[in-house]
Design a protein around this ligand. Sequence first.
Ligand SMILES: Cc1ncc(COP(=O)(O)O)c(C=O)c1O
Length: 417
Amino acid sequence: MSLFKKTLIKKNYKYKLLDDGISKEDISKAKNVLNSKQITMASQTRKFEETFAKKMGVKHALMVNSGSSANLLAIFAAGNPLRKNKLKKGDEVIIPVLCWSTSLWPLVQFGLKPVFIDIDPNTLNVNEDDLIKKINSRTKCIFLVNVHGNSCDLFKIRKIAKKKKIILIEDNCESLGSKLKNKHLGTFGDFGTFSFFYSHQITSGEGGMIVCNNDNDYEILFALRSHGWLGGTRFYPRRLKSYNYYAKKYPSLDPRYIFVNSGFNLRPTDIQAAIGLNQFKRLNKLILNRKQNRKLIIETLKKDRRWENQFQFIEPSKNINPSWMGLPIIIAKKYKKQKMKFLSYLDAKGIETRPIISGAFTNQPATKLYNLNPTKRKFNSAQSVQELGFLIGLHQNKISKDNLNLIKDSFLNIEKI
Ligand SMILES: Cc1ncc(COP(=O)(O)O)c(C=O)c1O
């Protein structure tokens, strides 16, 4: 704990998780929204959703205020009374143990039973064959997490899920822009979710998106996002197909204020949408820059005479064209004991680090609070990723020589820590 005391107040890292992520143009787009005084969800949100759906090759995209909200919506839509094939309380859901907190909690909040599976430490993602072996008659949903731009063979998983009528959800919050055989990750399942939080492929500060191809699912998501409200908000330029149906059926209600489902308020602001949309337009360039920075960092380390395989880097899975979020790094086993000291050293040198997602999530105290691993199962691969892994950022702009040297000299000093 004390090793990282300074991190809480220290903001002046030389190499941050994300640097200069918001452009002048992004700021000007945000200012335009402020000047228009139409801050709540409206035309910018709709425009971003349309542009996003088109590029991803899906029928519907719905913007929300975070990736966590997108996950919450995916689960509550998958279990909604308006859905034919729906999740019920107590149903089992397969989820990788290397997940983010809010990949998991919507399952628990809905009353589902998470069944954790281990990962492949070489890809950080589940192995499709291992996953398929875990499917049984109680499995009603597979909630995949595409970790750091990578995925398993989603074609294979999708085929089995379809055959067995298992709902497939992809938490793609870390992998916007990655493609498997030219198909975007996040578009394989019934629902796919995305995050635009700081240091993700694009950022709107806070923000997220959920995609689907089914009209009925979209109507459910639309209502759940905004109070269960048929009309969304008055400023949002889109009506549901069912609008006329409900307006006719309930003539005594003001048609603008009909509530057709349960609901949350997970709406983004138009400021977030304007920034997100502007970033999304340059996604291809950002992906390329991150790829080049990754290559530069790895080459610089490997070319140095002090390189002795002190670190391992995660490579793309088969047929993946990756869109990296950060640079996950696994240190050699012999340095396991000094990992925290090493991270603290990097911190002091001005290099910001973080864990790979949050390690094996069953190690987190919150899962004990809800008794989510009653048999105390061990997940050896995720455990080793937690013990040996950490992450540094990949920036949207080309990495400077100074930062490359800083990383090289600090990393290759690991022996002396
Ligand atoms: C896999 C995964 N799912 C969900 C989220 C939550 O996204 P947000 O921070 O936008 O709520 C994150 C956040 O980084 C994530 O890594």
